[in-house]
Design a protein. Sequence first.
Lengths: 261, 258
Amino acid sequence: MTKLVIDNVSRTFPGVRGGAPVMALTPTNLTVAANDFITILGPSGCGKSTLLRIVAGLDRPSTGEVRLDGRRITGPGADRGMVFQSYTLFPWLTVAQNIAFGLREQGRPEAEIREIVASYIEKVGLRGFENHWPKQLSGGMQQRTAIARALANDPEILLLDEPFGALDNQTRSLMQELLLGIWERERKTVLFVTHDIEEAIFLASRVIVMSARPGRIKADLAVDLPHPRDYKMKTSPEFSALKARLTEEIRVEAVLAAAEH
Amino acid sequence: MLRPLEPIGQGARIALGISFFILFVLGWAFATFGGYVSPTFLADPLTMLADGWSLLVDHGFLFDIFVTIWRVLGGFVLAAIVAVPLGILMGAYKPIEAFFEPFVSFARYLPASAFIPLLILWAGIGEVQKLLVIFIGSVFQIILMVAVSVGSTRRDLVEAAYTLGARDTGIVRRVMIPANAPEIAEILRLVLGWAWTYVIVAELIGSSSGIGHMIIDSQALLATGQIIFGIIIIGLIGLISDFLFKAANRWLFPWRFA
């Protein structure tokens, strides 16, 4: 079943101070099936974050449109949860209050909010930290809270923009397993932007490779590795084969991008 | 021994802070008791204390202090009631900012003290005139500083709130205001300090009570001890209000100090 349709979407940013306009994203088509975990892989400047922001409604496409469940997206909304690369927890709210933010905005009853918040605190392993301020948390814990905050709204699709990019390797690996575990249980539709090849393969049921300048989709690869997955899979021959292939794809792009500078 | 940004202990910090006060008074005592400065121009510390005591006991100076505090707070609270909401609106909504900002920027540079003669014409020499001086001196400053603070709310926080389903008024009320509340409190603390300079100026001209009035009276009597006592009282009140503001901030915004 089709969940999300990206239909001929492009984005051109106007030139700065009379400069030439910059095309960040060439007209792009992508169809996302329900319950799919899609990673969008590409070097920096390939327009992958721009594409994600357009789906979130935080940016407008220059051409084309995005449809979620057949409805055209015109702005941000609670049906598309988003986790950012930067730490975006509200510093004046505790962990529990942060997770409750979206539910409060919708005016859900307090008892229901408490119940949902408690269940997500449990799912992301933050029991005992409900009343901590974001400042008191490590980067990994902040991003876990951010994931819980986005999921608490029960969005149709979860958008993640390099959410583990600022974390150290060990923490990142744990976070990938946590996120995948949640997805394996709840089967949300997920769009996950990253420039890390291993991360892209490990999480995805489908990897979209993007090329830079101008951004466009270059390859579309199904990942048929079995679930549940754990970190050991990263050393399996199938995983390595996929990694070798994507490394080749990305390398060409990185070389091209580097040559332009 | 002195290394850039090297922190010091709480005890050493307090000891150093107090020692400069002591040095200052010692220098003052040396200049006055040593006969290097004529008592006509500068009273010695003991005379200042004796003058202060007599002011408090015999001349009802406590009432003057009370009147001055009342004026500062009255004018300041009025200014804050007008300026904080307007500043928030300007920071949040660009058309409102475009409408008010040029005028407020211009008005900010009008010296409040220069309005005193005009205000005396309009409002007489009663309390209204004093409150208006403080009001004019504070309101434009608060508006602009609050607008800048709210306008520079972290964009990613606003975007996160949008993706969580917040609407425009929700963004202002539940993101922009709480995100900037500590900054707004800090702005109020700063401007309250400036309001203290305006009130004294307002009281120097056409007033029959208040610390400023006592100071101008004492000048006629060449009572420099009283003048210095009055100035020190203002300093002390400033110190206390600063302390109260900081304590209130700690209590109101625990997330900042966690």
